[in-house]
Design a protein around this ligand. Structure first.
Ligand SMILES: [Fe+2]
Length: 267
């Protein structure tokens, strides 16, 4: 429970806030800066255990463990939150799916040291990412012009460099990228084992071509820019899946007026 008397789990607060911001009819279009600050504030207060992940324990891949031996909480709603997924034994990038609806998704990418998510885009999407533990290197671009098909079905174009091998180490603030700014096309490499809690709005949709992966080629005469061209994923690239064991989410089926979210509390 939080100090302000809010009995919701942190992940529930995140879900409720995402639902308020991203569900259709609530806003439409891009979220406002106040909404982004609100979501970012919630993410900044979250740790791995808040989404059922053990940041520090050893153990085998996918092993569950309990962070508490007390039994008197077993009947409490928070007891489920004490089951933690150990990620220490993961040997490839593993996605822990928390929630997905038409408007947004929530999930955690767990990286073993050295693993890389290839350069990929987030077309028409807003993405908030909180590094829960560990450290990663980020290189990113934004399109200078909207990507066009260059040869056959592949798309590409000129992009501006936003970050080059930038080191992010937890604890750090959540990052935000927008459709045309913030480093919409990025590649992530784990410097140490790490985990990234992602909110994507709208979610990825492979049938709509989201995401695409790219190769990048610097432009020698134009420092700070590169030509990106759509590329196939490396043949051996796979993302594994692991179960979400964090606090149970109460998911609204387009809720009525009973839940009032006061954004001013978080600004
Ligand atoms: Fe991404």
């Amino acid at each position: 429970m939080d100090d302000d008397g809010d009995r919701r789990s942190k992940v529930q607060r995140l879900y409720d806030a995402c639902d308020a911001v991203f569900s259709p009819g609530k806003k439409g279009g891009l979220p406002t800066l106040a909404q982004i600050r609100w979501l970012r504030g919630i993410l900044d207060g979250m740790e791995a255990a808040d989404v059922g992940i053990d940041a520090g324990a050893g153990g085998e891949e996918g092993e569950m463990r309990s962070s508490s031996s007390s039994s008197d909480d077993e009947a409490s709603p928070m007891a489920a939150a004490r089951r933690l997924l150990s990620t220490r034994g993961f040997t490839r990038i593993t996605y822990v799916h928390i929630h997905e609806c038409d408007d947004f998704s929530m999930g955690v990418f767990c990286f073993p040291a050295g693993a890389t998510l290839p350069l990929h885009d987030h077309p028409h999407m807003v993405v908030l990412s909180k590094l829960l533990y560990g450290s990663m290197r980020v290189s990113s671009y934004d399109w200078v012009t909207a990507p066009r098909s260059r040869s056959g079905p592949r798309k590409g174009g000129l992009a501006k460099v936003v970050a080059v091998d930038e080191l992010r180490e937890a604890p750090c603030r959540a990052s935000v990228l927008f459709p045309r700014s913030g480093g919409n096309i990025h590649t992530l490499t784990a410097a140490t084992p790490c985990a990234l809690l992602d909110v994507l709005a709208p979610p990825y949709a492979e049938d709509l071509g989201r995401p695409s992966t790219f190769s990048d080629m610097p432009v020698p005469s134009l420092s700070g820019f590169a030509v990106l061209e759509q590329a196939e994923l490396p043949e051996d690239f796979r993302v594994a899946g692991a179960p979400y064991v964090g606090p149970e989410l109460v998911v609204s089926s387009k809720k009525g007026p009973e839940l009032v979210v006061d954004m001013d509390l978080y600004d």
